[in-house]
Design a protein around this ligand. Structure first.
Ligand SMILES: *[C@@H]1O[C@H](CO)[C@@H](O)[C@H](O)[C@H]1NC(C)=O
Ligand SMILES: *[C@@H]1O[C@H](CO)[C@@H](O)[C@H](O)[C@H]1NC(C)=O
Ligand SMILES: *[C@@H]1O[C@H](CO)[C@@H](O)[C@H](O)[C@H]1NC(C)=O
Ligand SMILES: *[C@@H]1O[C@H](CO)[C@@H](O)[C@H](O)[C@H]1NC(C)=O
Length: 295
């Protein structure tokens, strides 16, 4: 009898313990995919998280898949927020958010524009956080035989802004037009000169409130240009990459980068020999740059 009772107690404790780990152990993780991808492309990353932190609730958003990923980013944001909001509300201790490639730019937008967000770690996996100026297969697919030098003519128009890439196209030779037309990146960076645009102070404080900002990128990415954009760098007029800490965006603490940095909440993780299409599959990258920030 007493042995059975002990066994039943043990079972009860196991159940309670597992529940406790689930409730208090690991925060839910939300993952947003990149251009031309879908949730399945992130299944390896989900599996790595599950292996490292069993019981973690992982939400890989299956929205704007494939060609739909070219939809304007504000439009994507309004739909995605309807999914992430309830996840955040339910997670009393907060969530972690991982954005891969363009998904990181969406994640950035969610955080800056959501006053009640409870994102603890925001992990951007080779995301063009400060814009893109480079030929990529995606652009070649969209606009065959166009050189990057010419693309501003298309992207910096009202029509070009109907494509997600146009929303964060940052041509260093046409910054005036960038500020006039870029409806997403220029707005989030407080660089927009569009009529009636005024940068809400909350877009800074919401970002500065992050527990950790983790910026992952590397020189062998091959797609994000400059690759330093993954860490908020961008090209200057001479097409030389300028790192984040030398930019006004950082210096004037426009979105809280300096605050996060001084507070040791900004982490850069630079990895060589990783091509753009491998960031979310590379286990070394996961162990070095992602896993430490998911507790
Ligand atoms: C978001 O959810 C609200 C409330 O359910 C709904 O009214 C709204 O249309 C949704 N927006 C989008 C873009 O799906
Ligand atoms: C700016 O705001 C004014 C007043 O609300 C409005 O009449 C005008 O159409 C707006 N301009 C643009 C470009 O949205
Ligand atoms: C945003 O830009 C405007 C105009 O340049 C400036 O007045 C304001 O202080 C800026 N806000 C932040 C948070 O940097
Ligand atoms: C994985 O990433 C490491 C650096 O973190 C790199 O040295 C290695 O070549 C990468 N492997 C693949 C298959 O991308």
């Amino acid at each position: 009898m007493s042995r059975m009772k002990a066994f039943a107690m043990l079972q009860l404790w196991t159940v309670l313990l597992l529940q406790a780990v689930k409730t208090y152990g690991y925060k839910p993780v939300i993952i947003i995919h990149g251009i031309l991808d879908d949730a399945r492309d992130l299944s390896e990353l989900g599996a790595y998280i599950e292996k490292a932190h069993p019981g973690t609730e992982v939400h890989t958003l299956d929205l704007f898949d494939h060609y739909y990923s070219f939809k304007p980013l504000w439009e994507q944001l309004s739909v995605i927020k309807n999914i992430t909001d309830p996840i955040m509300k339910k997670a009393k201790n907060g969530v972690h958010l991982i954005g891969y490639s363009q998904g990181g730019l969406i994640g950035r937008g969610i955080i800056q524009t959501t006053d009640h967000h409870n994102v603890d770690s925001f992990i951007a996996l080779s995301s063009p956080l400060n814009g893109q100026f480079g030929d990529t297969s995606f652009i070649n697919w969209l606009l065959p035989s166009k050189l990057k030098e010419d693309l501003y003519r298309f992207f910096y128009t009202n029509y070009g802004q109907l494509f997600s890439i146009g929303n964060y196209w940052k041509d260093p030779h046409h910054s005036k037009q960038y500020r006039k037309y870029s409806s997403y990146l220029a707005a989030l960076n407080n660089e927009s000169v569009q009529d009636n645009f005024s940068f809400p102070p909350s877009w800074r404080s919401n970002f500065a409130r992050l527990g950790k900002l983790v910026l992952i990128g590397g020189p062998d990415d091959g797609v994000i240009a400059p690759w330093q954009s993954a860490q908020f760098g961008c090209f200057n007029r001479n097409e030389k990459p300028v790192e984040m800490r030398k930019l006004r965006l950082y210096h004037d603490d426009v979105i809280g980068l300096k605050t996060l940095d001084k507070d040791n909440r900004l982490k850069e993780c630079t990895q060589s020999n990783v091509h753009h299409t491998h960031w979310h599959r590379n286990y070394t990258v996961f162990l070095n740059c992602i896993e430490p920030w998911l507790t």
